[in-house]
Design a protein around this ligand. Sequence first.
Ligand code: AMP
Length: 281
Amino acid sequence: MKVFHTIYEIQKEIAKLKAKKLSIGFVPTMGALHQGHLSLLNEAAKQTDIQVVSIFVNPTQFNDKSDFKNYPRNLQSDVDILAQQQCAMVFSPTEKEMYPTPDTRVFNFDGMDAVMEGLHRPGHFNGVAQIVSRLFDAVMPDKAFFGQKDFQQVAIIKKMVQKHNYPIEIVTCPTLREKDGLAMSSRNKLLNKEMRRAAPLIYNSLFDAKEKIPQYTVNEIKQWVINSINKSPHLKVEYFEIVDETSLQPIQHWDESLSIRGCVAVYAGAVRLIDNIRLNS
Ligand code: AMP
């Protein structure tokens, strides 16, 4: 496994592989790797010849400075983990490498960034698009693998790829969960014992809500999920929305012609956790 720190070097290596007609699978991450990340890599290994993982905590997608500062970072242990996997290349650039000058590009997501994550984390998805587009330019993959855990992010990336005509297939991979249902996340490392014990209530509430459809209205389900999670003194819902999967716009009534998803963001102390579930089949 080779570790690269500059765009020039990784592009040179990728060009050699492409000349040999090998397909490139790319998994962008912010590190502090867990099984969820590795499941994306696993899928990439099934679908492509050469796998590349990037590790970069992207400052432009953090709207909250202390969240950026506290985000877990352990590059050496990440590299050690990846060396045990089917991973040919790691790309771990510095901030200066990715942003030699400030990125002032503003992306248009047709309103998808005006709800839920986009609404509560202003500029977040613009920062995601800034870094993912730069990483795509550096790695030039055939396929890029993203987790359903960040459902809204995948929708935004697909929109960006479509609008900017990137010749890259976006592959969505299922959310990996701990045994108690909590979605795996690098941020779980920041939870104290009480919070960690309370956190499975997030997915359990989403799961139970699914059983209540369609006997209850959209608004009743929304209220039920919020109350159910907020019952824990360690959890506080920031938002729970029931949305159309394609547009991310909230729905008012059950509509079987739509694919419907429930998306939630919850604070456990200062730690922000997100999760989502498909609500209809
Ligand atoms: P992050 O390092 O949090 O930016 O995540 C990098 C990639 O891993 C993103 O595509 C995430 O959606 C994905 N990911 C994070 N957690 C999980 C999980 N529990 N299951 C599947 N994919 C995940």
